[in-house]
Design a protein around this ligand. Sequence first.
Ligand code: 13P
Length: 241
Amino acid sequence: MKYLIANWKMNSIDIEEWKNEFEDHYKKFKDSTEIIVCPNFIDLSECSEKFINFNIGAQDVSSHSEGSFTGQISAKQLLGASKRLKYCIVGHSEARSNGDSNLIVREKSEQLRNNKIEPILCIGEAKDVLSKGKRESFLLEQLNSYFETGLYPRLIAYEPIWAIGTGQAADQKNIIEALEIISNFLESKKLEKIPLLYGGSVSTENIEEIMSLSNLAGCLVGNSSLDGKEFARIAQKFRRC
Ligand code: 13P
């Protein structure tokens, strides 16, 4: 199975128009590609009703189950908004830069586990970490912290911060090196079956090159998923990779 994820972030999407554009350019669903759309919270319900061929993911969840947490949304409430919700992103660098520590990422995942929602764990380093040669220890710290209490993400996405939203995806060498770090870690835990994804400026131009990497099971797409036609073109190429 391969996974192609649209992370719409906080962008406003005309869902009906997006759906029409996508379906005009991507017709076949019966293959081994799982497409997952992650809209913001208020669009979860509409996406669940309209995207019956996709799986649905949330972009974030509270680390608490209920109570006085102004502005937060619990895992149970996510399921209330979308009965078909299957996934939720945790550890995205944009959430980490807003204060999500490794501990909070883990607590959020515990909430997801309690509600049978599958975590998509994002990890990735900033440019200065990479240039100082500290990527391996940085990624291992994110992974060790997550796995130490026996939590397992359903998918892991390597998303180098320096490639997100820049229009410049990581080169193959960097992706291969990072995947190797993650794979070795998973192997040491006998969890090598967890699929690995890449995210960061994935586009119609580079999807085939990225997906040619042997142990990559999919991609997370931000900007290039906002337009239904463009995402369909990516999906069309993706399913042939
Ligand atoms: P971009 O595709 O816009 O670089 O975003 C990647 C991302 O953050 C997906 O979660």
